[in-house]
Ligand binder design. Sequence first.
Ligand code: AMP
Length: 288
Amino acid sequence: MMHVTTTIAEFRAARAALTGSLGLVPTMGFLHEGHLSLVRRARAENAFVAATIFVNPTQFGPSEDLARYPRDLPRDLALLQREGVDLVFAPTVAEMYPPGFSVSIDVGPVATPLEGAARPGHFRGVATVVCKLFNITAPQRAYFGQKDAQQTLVIRRMTTDLNLPVEIVICPTIREPDGLAMSSRNVYLQPEERRAATVLVRALREAQARFAAGERRGDMLRAAMHAVLNAEPLARPEYVSVADLTDLHELDQVTSGALASLAVRIGTTRLIDNCILDDDHHSQEVAR
Ligand code: AMP
């Protein structure tokens, strides 16, 4: 039986009764196959699996989509139950941020460019809530998606620098049949926007194809992605990046293992995607 908890005390009591490794999958809910792939990996690698469902207000900017972020707790719980999750933590905002709450975690340079620049305060909110969730749930391993590439770097940096005893496991991006990366936010897209939204993966495939064909100039790879985006009238690019995968500095000369990433607005929906460039023409990252 899956045990659903909403308070920290209740979760801790249930967790204390478990002997054997615990795998944690932190989410904001409205679950899709991307989330479930993390759960399955955690299920395969641990004696027990916990999932958290919490739309964390501190990682949303004042003009962002917190109020309309999609939620469906009953459906999420049914999906998690089916995947054999043992423990769920679905706290209220008041449980996580009681009056007087004031500490936050500044991860430093890796949290600064790209998403950090586009969404001031976002990674402060992410790092702080993930640290709290690690402290509450005490997992041996925690599972994150490559879909949020910079977030994985932020979490790894925080875990290392704060000596958190948690192994971070990164799982591949799960995509729709047409290549669109799965995201809870895809539900915002109107039918015409949904068709246009494939422009992100199309731009990444263009960069990957050019890289595999020998293009090594960062500005040419970024320009190739911009050209794909500019051909899509519904797409408004926010950034296009080809950066070093460890420190995210923009690359002049690109080598295998570089991170191509982008953020694009389609109507009122902000979407992100990325791939790791490699020499192989049959790259799995954004495979057709
Ligand atoms: P979220 O609920 O959007 O905060 O995502 C929770 C976790 O699921 C994060 O580690 C995400 O990176 C991961 N995730 C979201 N979408 C995908 C996807 N399409 N493929 C793999 N992991 C994903």
